[in-house]
Write a protein that binds this ligand. Structure first.
Ligand SMILES: Nc1ncnc2c1ncn2[C@@H]1O[C@H](COP(=O)(O)OP(=O)(O)O)[C@@H](O)[C@H]1O
Ligand SMILES: [Mg+2]
Length: 253
């Protein structure tokens, strides 16, 4: 028997005004898997991830974590859920007035009610894991984009999430900084973190994804293993999208 999924989202639909930006999108992910969402800008990738985390309230659809449905009307349920499902944003979302260390500590003291000393120790460990041991006292303005994104990953990791959602974590970065963030994500994968990530980095997706989900106009057009979706897709629209991405970002194969 196959393993039950850690997280399952079913028939998520979201409208903004009259426009349906996400139409009956479903996915499920098992422990240690990495699933990658691809699709043109405006196809609904961020909306999908935000609906999964209930940062945006879907109009329709249900979400389960560890077999339990998350009832977004139950505030305590929702808060507990958000601790277990970490989110990484394109633009880092760090507090500019706090050091790297304090950015990681704050969730631990405020949300997990950890004592200051314990929080500090845990935050240092997480920053060390993403290679920032020597930068803990710096403010976001003193860090490169890649370092900022690594702080934000450390902050999410500090909550000991079961699943991480990463929304185009490298798209705000200069090309030379993308690799260092992708290396951290690869490391997380090697250590068994369960992740759903949207990205335009098709080479990365082809190397590490268990499954690729192609989204267009709010609809999941095609789903499958990287080799199939990236190199032998069935739908004409997937073919067009992938070849356009290769023109823009290159291709190692
Ligand atoms: N808060 C919002 N209000 C109105 N429209 C939105 C909002 N957020 C996203 N949209 C629209 O929803 C569609 C999907 O957006 P998004 O999920 O950000 O796509 P992607 O992440 O794939 O670029 C787009 O047409 C976008 O303009
Ligand atoms: Mg987006």
């Amino acid at each position: 028997m196959s393993k039950p999924p850690v997280l399952r989202a079913e028939n998520i639909t979201k409208r903004y005004g009259k426009k349906v930006v996400l139409n009956n999108a479903s996915l499920s992910i098992c422990e240690r898997e990495l699933k990658i969402l691809i699709g043109p800008s405006g196809s609904g990738k961020s909306t999908f991830l935000q609906c999964i985390n209930f940062l945006v309230t879907p109009d329709r659809g249900r979400v389960w974590l560890d077999g339990r449905e998350i009832l977004r009307t139950h505030k305590r349920d929702l808060n507990a859920y958000r601790q277990k499902v970490g989110m990484i944003f394109q633009d880092f979302n760090l507090f500019d007035h706090l050091t790297a260390l304090a950015n990681v500590e704050i969730g631990l003291t405020r949300v997990r009610k950890m004592g200051k000393e314990e929080a500090c120790e845990k935050a240092m460990q997480e920053l060390d894991k993403v290679g920032l041991r020597d930068h803990i006292a710096k403010y976001p303005a003193q860090l490169s984009g890649g370092q900022k994104q690594r702080v934000s990953i450390a902050r999410a990791l500090a909550m000991d999430p079961e699943v991480m959602l990463l929304d185009e974590p490298t798209s705000a970065l200069d090309p030379e900084l993308i690799t260092e963030v992708l290396a951290v994500i690869k490391d997380l994968r090697a250590n068994g973190m369960t992740m759903i990530m949207s990205t335009h980095q098709l080479n990365f997706a082809s190397e590490v994804a268990d499954e690729i989900i192609f989204l267009e106009d709010g609809i999941i057009v095609e789903v499958g293993p990287p080799d199939k979706i990236l190199y032998e897709p069935e739908c004409e629209r997937t073919i067009q999208f992938c070849s356009k991405m290769r023109e823009l970002y290159g291709n190692s194969r």
